[in-house]
Design a protein around this ligand. Structure first.
Ligand SMILES: NC(=O)c1ccc[n+]([C@@H]2O[C@H](COP(=O)([O-])OP(=O)(O)OC[C@H]3O[C@@H](n4cnc5c(N)ncnc54)[C@H](O)[C@@H]3O)[C@@H](O)[C@H]2O)c1
Ligand SMILES: CC(C)[C@H](C(=O)O)[C@@H](O)C(=O)O
Ligand SMILES: [Mg+2]
Length: 364
């Protein structure tokens, strides 16, 4: 098969980690007689600098014409003073809205080889495997009115959801729970917010169609604590947009680094794939960024947009084998340094490619 992938690498470490992810995908697809046709376009700060807008029209058109979109990261200190609607991040939000994907799947898992990387105790993280389903097109991110009134010194945003927006993302979460451990935890703030009361009532109603899935509701503040104290209690976790943004970064603590976690956004016209981390201005340009989250995002592209399950699994296995062999990026290099070898972004990417190629050659 041929997959037409639009790559928008963006800013900071975005291009560094994206390069490695695409190279791994190319290796795997070529080995299986498939082809990955890559088109590259600008988004974010780099697009502001060259085109005067964070989402140029030709990027948007190429995205809508592609089979899938892969985004590295956007943003950086250079553009921090801009108002929200012209910042690099606005380009990403416009792209998400245009592609219409509303279910952002964010796995957060413990990897045995990295368990000692987590500040959490081994017996707490070991075996944890959570799938966040984060609603991506609603809530405070897109609700109107929104404004910072400089004259009155007031600012406001609107957390808004419709019943239909909640139903469609809840259905995806329940269907995923059916294929996993049949447990769904819905996160809200229903003790304070009307929008959360609607969320809870609607999810409870949708649950009637999925009697094999156990539904529980959890308030977001206590959930932030429970995810750290008992991550193994959770299977699929359904959240509105902002709660999912926060809880998924927090859950990177289970894995040991924000640089490890992938995401896939489904349900719209074209799927969008992004590692969950940002442009990491503090480490950009040093070739020390961890590309494994981006590489695992590549596995999600193959699984959800190319139907290549075995190839996706081969990438995930290769990442584990590279860690098992003791290779680490700087963010993962905690503990006794004689136990592992620290590699650069490009070096660890090459290790994943070698490993996946060797695995595919033996299984061919
Ligand atoms: N999808 C995206 O494009 C996206 C996501 C999050 C943040 N951002 C943007 O990124 C910029 C920086 O935000 P931030 O600093 O709050 O978050 P960040 O995710 O960029 O970085 C947080 C911390 O994690 C580290 N980190 C992140 N990814 C890493 C990786 N792959 N390897 C090693 N270490 C890694 C960074 O060095 C930093 O110390 C902001 O402009 C923000 O808006 C973009
Ligand atoms: C950059 C920003 C718009 C984005 C978000 O808040 O969704 C990021 O934090 C993420 O997690 O993908
Ligand atoms: Mg985030």
């Amino acid at each position: 098969m041929q997959l037409n992938l639009l790559v928008v690498a963006g800013d900071g470490i975005g291009p560094e980690v994206t390069r490695e992810a695409i190279a791994v995908m190319q290796t795997v697809m070529n080995a299986g007689g498939h082809s990955l046709a890559v088109t590259e376009k600008r988004i974010g700060g780099i697009a502001i600098d060259t085109d005067g807008t964070p989402l140029p029209q030709d990027t948007l058109e190429a995205a809508l014409a592609s089979d899938a979109v892969f985004l590295g990261a956007v943003g950086g200190t250079k553009w921090n003073a801009l108002p929200p609607n012209t910042r690099p991040e606005a380009g990403l939000l416009q792209l998400r809205a245009a592609l219409e994907g509303f279910a952002n799947l964010r796995p957060a898992f413990s990897i045995a080889e990295l368990a000692s990387n987590s500040p959490l105790k081994l017996d707490i993280v070991s075996g944890a495997d959570i799938l966040f389903v984060r609603e991506l097109l609603g809530g405070l991110y897109f609700g109107a009115p929104r404004e910072w009134n400089k004259h009155t010194g007031e600012a406001w945003n609107t957390m808004r959801y419709t019943r239909d927006e909640i139903i469609r993302v809840a259905r995806i979460a329940f269907e995923l729970a059916q294929k996993r451990n049949k447990k769904l935890t819905s996160v809200d703030k229903a003790n304070v917010l009307e929008v959360s009361q609607l969320w809870r009532a609607t999810v409870t109603e949708v649950a009637k169609d999925y009697p094999d899935v156990t539904l529980e509701h959890q308030l977001v503040d206590s959930m932030a604590m429970l995810i750290m104290t008992s991550p193994r209690n959770y299977d699929v976790v359904l959240t509105e947009n902002l709660f999912g943004d926060i809880l998924s970064d927090e859950s990177a603590v289970i894995t040991g680094s924000l640089g490890m976690l992938p995401s896939a956004t489904i349900g719209g016209k074209v799927n969008l794939y992004e590692p969950i981390h940002g442009s990491a201005p503090d480490i950009a340009g040093k070739s020390i960024a961890n590309p494994l989250g981006a590489i695992l995002t590549g596995a999600l592209v193959l699984r959800h947009s190319a139907g290549l399950e075995a190839e996706a699994a081969a990438i995930e296995t290769a990442v584990r084998k590279v860690l098992e062999a003791g290779y680490r990026t700087t963010d993962l290099a905690r503990g006794n340094t004689t136990d592992f070898k620290v590699l650069s972004t490009t070096e660890i990417g090459a290790k994943v490619r070698e490993t996946v190629a060797a695995t595919l050659a033996t299984t061919a």
